[in-house]
Design a binder for this molecule. Structure first.
Ligand SMILES: NC(=O)c1ccc[n+]([C@@H]2O[C@H](COP(=O)([O-])OP(=O)(O)OC[C@H]3O[C@@H](n4cnc5c(N)ncnc54)[C@H](OP(=O)(O)O)[C@@H]3O)[C@@H](O)[C@H]2O)c1
Length: 254
């Protein structure tokens, strides 16, 4: 049985909480969020990780970047695996996860759906096949509450493009956040973000060639796809040695 704490009590953490009873091998023992949930929750609540002194195997984090780095530090000090789906992490915040991964298993996934993992793999292969002859555009649409842009998934798809083209990743995050095109030889990588209504998450990667265009699209129909992924990936992660993992490691997609 994997003993879990949830970090965060928002839209995503609530779906993980609701779906956990459907998984035989996991048990959610507590929830940590700065403000106390207004409704009744069937478990212990803590205002901060530092207040908890018991034993757990896994922390599932859906918060904001500051919450995620605090979670990484706490997990490393307490020998607890960390699965985080929080997006909008800076280079330094991602480095904090890698530091924690020297002591405990850490999986950071800006998207926990199986469909996006497969789409990312397809994007990597397409980028490799087309090379610099394709201009690539990554378009994403999310609900109006989402704070970061481009989305973590859009950036992960861009990383797959860069890997497929064997281009360095260093400037990707900086250029994307400044909404500047990323020059790649002849080809260019651009982003667009739309925030409207309650759209859960839609991503399209378009490969534009001289005489043709290919699009790879993923649409999340509800949040359960991410919550189920978090529970399954978390159960897998808790059994791994210390290290920094991705959904590709969990799903063995290569
Ligand atoms: N990986 C995926 O598949 C996936 C899917 C959907 C969303 N996401 C990402 O998951 C994150 C959360 O999304 P959401 O829709 O659940 O957001 P949300 O509804 O706004 O909830 C965020 C939660 O984080 C808590 N929080 C914020 N800052 C914190 C801190 N410094 N320390 C501790 N807790 C903190 C908030 O509560 P308090 O302010 O009371 O602490 C709140 O409960 C976002 O980054 C989103 O992009 C990832």
């Amino acid at each position: 049985m994997t003993r879990i704490f949830l970090h965060g009590a928002g839209r995503m953490a609530r779906r993980v909480l609701a779906l956990a009873p459907q998984s035989e091998n996991v048990e959610v023992l507590g929830l940590v969020s700065r403000s106390k949930p207004k409704d009744t929750i069937p478990m212990d609540w803590y205002a901060s990780l530092e207040e908890f002194t018991g034993e757990i195997d896994l922390l599932i984090d859906f918060t904001l970047p500051a919450g995620t780095t605090a979670a990484a530090d706490w997990c490393a000090r307490h020998g607890v695996a960390l699965l985080t789906g929080t997006t909008g992490l800076s280079v330094e915040e991602r480095r904090a996860l890698k530091t924690a991964a020297q002591k405990v298993p850490v999986l950071w996934a800006p998207n926990l759906s199986f469909g996006v993992a497969v789409a990312t793999s397809l994007v990597r292969r397409a980028a490799s096949a087309f090379g610099a002859s394709a201009n690539i555009h990554i378009a994403e649409t999310h609900h109006e509450h989402k704070l970061d842009a481009p989305s973590g998934t859009a950036l992960a798809l861009a990383e797959a493009v860069m890997e497929g083209r064997c281009e360095p990743l260093e400037d990707l995050l900086k250029s994307a956040q400044q909404e500047k095109p990323i020059e790649q030889g002849e080809g260019e990588l651009t982003f667009s973000s739309v925030r409207e209504g309650e759209v859960i998450g839609e991503h399209t990667v378009s490969f534009r060639l001289a005489d043709e265009e290919i699009e790879i699209t993923h649409k999340a129909l509800n949040r359960d796809v991410f919550a189920k992924g978090a529970l399954k990936a978390g159960e897998w992660l808790a059994g791994q040695p210390a290290g920094y993992y991705s959904t590709s490691d969990w799903l063995d997609l290569g």
